[in-house]
Ligand binder design. Structure first.
Ligand SMILES: Cc1cc2nc3c(=O)[nH]c(=O)nc-3n(C[C@H](O)[C@H](O)[C@H](O)COP(=O)(O)OP(=O)(O)OC[C@H]3O[C@@H](n4cnc5c(N)ncnc54)[C@H](O)[C@@H]3O)c2cc1C
Length: 503
């Protein structure tokens, strides 16, 4: 079954039995599988289930099937801390899926996962001290009910069914095919075809070198440029340690520390000396494209480095495609689609047989699940986040939201420790309910959007920020996106602090 099949309209049938689990994990992506591992290890007595709308595990890496699909950060840190990564740092979706498959197999997580279960609602009852979760089977149409004490939300941050495509004038006039990378047709034949890729992010940078050899020509049409880091897809230190036959667990830990230290330095420098960092990044691109190429126009972003994710380009393959003439870049805006392709604002008509809209995600808050607390609908935009993990007024629930500037999975592990510690604390004290609440000293705290656009501003967040929970001006009340502070802060959170209200 394809991902798109999950959106099929199910017939309505209700199954009577209600199953109970101590913990219900939503999503079998890298966050959900990590959550299950930590729960099993740290709270071995707890019963749990993982529900996922798709027909297999992997989340992002299952959904995205476009040519060349790969990580844009290294797998030493995108991998879990507990399972060594033994390959090249940048990995394909298939390599990530087989790594996750091994984690599931080695820890017997498989029997806990129920696929094709799309959760539609979750209602908390304070009288019962339980969530009641309604899920719809995407294959049989059955409606199923579960109860749980704690919801461990690992549903990611975007809608899997469909990507984001702007509504351009004249799209219906185009005689060729329009494809979004998130819903890639398995049988798309692009051999010998003229292709335009709209977008400048990591997806465009991946798909272009992967297709360039087979297409007649591939053109990247971008409104504005992005920063990239072209470098060899290798970790010299890890490879050297491997030659010395050092244990893989050690290599994993050492490589992680080295990469995290380098990233901390890069982040610091991009704030403190953005011009120098900018010149270094552009210098690397120049090495591939040469002095005559118009780097200013096509590869010099207007923002300072790190305000959007900087994608790693293994072996500079994107730039090799451009240098060879198989791929080219047009930096311009779209006036409208035409029968033959795209007319740009500067009046050029780009002709194509296939147009790929690498225009990003459609952000969704908490899996589009209809949440109610004691029969009152929860509007997450009215809540304040506790460290980007929990939300005021929403009991017994946490959302694993990773990092933008460091690998997402680093936070999966940190939050695995935090939630397990919280659950154990509640058991020890006999508490059934935990809610986060502003303390008296937080009452007049100014509130603002989930993330500061000055700090980080990718399009999918900017479009939907008004739907996200709010942040305060203290680290406790925001997702700081700062792994280096959180690795020390999260393990030391005082669970008896006034921000935790237990019953
Ligand atoms: C192409 C691509 C490349 C990326 N590369 C990197 C990278 O290199 N490094 C990095 O740090 N980040 C990267 N990211 C970001 C990436 O999405 C996250 O790092 C990570 O994979 C998110 O994992 P997750 O498990 O939290 O969510 P997801 O991977 O989105 O998985 C969520 C799962 O929850 C399920 N789900 C959602 N709602 C419901 C519901 N209502 N009911 C039942 N199930 C539900 C979905 O079906 C899905 O399987 C990339 C993203 C993309 C799209």
């Amino acid at each position: 079954m394809s991902v798109a099949d999950t959106a099929e309209k199910p017939q309505s049938k209700t199954s009577q039995a209600v199953e109970h689990f101590d913990v219900l994990i939503v999503g079998a992506g890298i966050s959900g599988i990590g959550a299950a591992y930590h729960l099993q290890q740290q709270c071995p007595g707890k019963s749990f289930v993982i529900l996922d709308a798709l027909d297999s595990f992997g989340g992002t890496w299952h959904t995205h099937r476009y040519p060349g699909i790969r990580s844009d950060s290294d797998l030493y840190t995108f991998g879990y801390r507990f399972k060594p990564w033994v390959g090249a740092p940048i990995a394909t979706a298939d390599e990530i899926l087989s790594y996750m498959g091994e984690v599931i197999e080695e820890n017997d997580i498989g029997p806990h996962i129920r696929y094709r279960h799309k959760i539609v609602s979750a209602s908390w009852s304070s009288d019962d001290g339980l969530w009641t979760v309604e899920a719809q089977r995407t294959d049989t149409g059955e409606t199923l009910h579960f109860t749980t004490n704690f919801m461990w939300m690992c549903q990611g941050y975007y809608r899997h069914e469909k990507g984001y495509t702007p509504d351009w004038e004249g799209m219906e006039d185009f005689k060729g095919e329009i494809v979004h990378p998130q819903t890639w047709p398995e049988d798309l034949d692009y051999k010998g075809k003229r292709v335009i890729v709209i977008g400048s992010g990591a997806t465009a940078a991946t798909v272009v070198p992967a297709m360039a050899e087979d297409c007649a020509h591939i053109t990247v049409l971008q409104r504005s440029p992005t920063y990239f880091i072209p470098a060899r897809n290798e970790n010299v230190l890890a490879d050297q340690l491997r030659k010395l036959e050092i244990d893989e667990q050690w290599i994993h830990e050492i490589a992680r520390r080295q990469i995290l230290m380098d990233q901390a330095e890069f982040t610091r420098r991009s704030f403190e000396e953005p011009e120098k960092v900018r010149n270094e990044l552009l210098g690397a691109v120049k090495m591939f494209l040469g002095e005559d190429y118009d780097i200013d126009k096509h590869f010099t972003p207007k923002y300072r480095p790190w305000r959007q994710r900087v994608a790693f380009i293994p072996d500079g393959d994107l730039f090799q495609g451009i240098a060879s003439g198989k791929a080219s870049v047009v930096t311009d805006e779209i006036e409208r689609f035409t029968e033959k392709g795209i007319l740009t604002k500067s009046g050029e008509e780009l002709e194509a047989d296939i147009i790929i809209t690498a225009t990003g995600f459609d952000l969704c808050v908490l899996g589009d699940i209809d949440f109610t607390v004691d029969e009152k609908k929860v509007n997450f935009a009215d809540t304040v986040t506790y460290r980007g993990m929990m939300f005021t007024g929403v009991p017994n629930m946490a959302w694993v939201f990773g990092y933008f500037r460091a690998s997402w999975t680093l936070r999966v592990d940190l939050m695995g420790d935090f939630i397990s510690r919280l659950l154990k604390h509640m058991d020890e004290k006999g508490f059934k309910k935990v809610t986060v609440a502003l303390r008296p000293e937080d009452k007049d705290m100014p509130l603002s959007s989930w993330i500061d656009p000055e700090n980080f501003n990718p399009g999918y967040l900017m479009r939907s920020m008004h739907l996200m929970p709010q942040r305060g001006d203290k680290p406790e009340w925001q997702h700081t996106q700062d792994y280096w502070a959180e690795k020390d802060d999260l393990p030391n959170i005082d669970l008896e602090g006034a921000e935790f209200v237990y019953e």
